[in-house]
Design a protein around this ligand. Structure first.
Ligand SMILES: C[S@@+](CC[C@H](N)C(=O)[O-])C[C@H]1O[C@@H](n2cnc3c(N)ncnc32)[C@H](O)[C@@H]1O
Length: 212
C-alpha cells in the first residue's frame, strides 16, 4: 500500500520524539571538510535535521538555508543561540545572522535561490518512490547552474531495509541525469565507525559526488 505523506512525516517525528537519531553526528562530515571548495555564497541544506555541518558552513562565511519539518530538531539546533522566528509562505522560519531554517515540508518550499547545495543524509533518507520527486523539486526551486555536493551510502540493500538507503552510483547518475556532470569524487568504508550497522551489514561505503 502507498504511504500517505503524513505517515512518512510521522516516521521521522517518532524518531525525533524518541531521540533515536543515529544519523545525527557530533562531528563535521569529513567529506564536507575535504571537498567543500567554494567561496562564501548561499548554500541550501535540504532535510537538515540539526546537523553541525550548518555551523561549519556558516563559519566559512556562507549564508545557510535549511529545511526540516521536525520542530524539535530546529529548536535543538538553535538551542543557546539567539535566534528569531518569522512566518513566510505558511512556514515558520527560525533564523539568526547566517542561518535560516524553514520548519516545514521540503516539497512545500518556495524558490530557494542558492547556487550551492549540500546533501548529507537527505537523498539516502528517502524511500525509492520519493527520490526522483526529491531531485526534480530540488532542481525546480534552485538556480539553473546550482552545484550539489552529495553524500550517499552503498551497502547490500537486502541486508537491511533502510533508511538510510543504499544508492549505487548508477542510480545516482540516473536520478541526476538532468544535470550535465555527476562526478564521483571519493568513497570510504564506514562500517568500522558506524557500530549500529556492524551486526547487519557485510560492508558499507560512504560516497561523495559533485553534481552540476
Ligand atoms: C536522516 S536525517 C538527516 C539530517 C541531516 N541532514 C544530518 O546530516 O544530520 C533526515 C531528516 O530529514 C527530515 N525530513 C524527512 N523528510 C522531510 C521532508 N519532506 N521535509 C522536511 N524534512 C524532512 C527528518 O525529520 C530528518 O531530520
Amino acid at each position: 500500500m502507498k504511504k500517505h505523506p503524513s505517515d512518512r512525516a510521522n516516521f521521522w517525528h517518532t524518531l525525533w520524539a524518541k531521540n533515536t537519531i543515529g544519523f545525527h553526528q557530533e562531528e563535521i562530515s569529513p567529506f564536507l571538510e575535504k571537498y567543500w571548495r567554494y567561496d562564501p555564497k548561499k548554500v541550501f541544506v535540504p532535510l537538515c535535521g540539526k546537523t553541525k555541518d550548518m555551523i561549519w558552513l556558516s563559519q566559512k562565511k556562507h549564508d545557510v538555508i535549511g529545511v526540516e519539518f521536525n520542530e524539535t530538531a530546529v529548536r535543538d539546533f538553535f538551542i543557546d543561540k539567539s535566534h528569531k522566528t518569522k512566518q513566510q509562505n505558511n512556514m515558520q522560519i527560525f533564523y539568526n545572522k547566517n542561518i535560516q531554517i524553514y520548519c516545514g515540508d521540503f516539497f512545500a518550499l518556495p524558490q530557494i535561490n542558492t547556487p550551492l547545495i549540500f546533501d548529507r543524509a537527505a537523498l539516502v533518507a528517502l524511500s525509492q518512490n520519493l527520490r526522483q520527486q526529491y531531485v526534480n523539486y530540488l532542481k525546480k526551486i534552485t538556480p539553473e547552474n546550482a552545484e550539489i555536493l552529495l553524500i550517499t551510502y552503498e551497502y547490500p540493500q537486502h541486508e537491511m531495509p533502510g533508511p538510510p538507503f543504499s544508492i549505487p552510483q548508477k542510480i545516482v547518475q540516473n536520478l541526476y541525469s538532468q544535470y550535465q556532470n555527476v562526478d564521483k569524487l571519493d568513497e570510504r568504508n564506514v562500517l568500522d565507525i558506524l557500530p549500529m550497522f556492524q551486526q547487519r551489514l557485510s560492508f558499507m561505503k560512504e560516497c561523495v559526488y559533485r553534481i552540476h
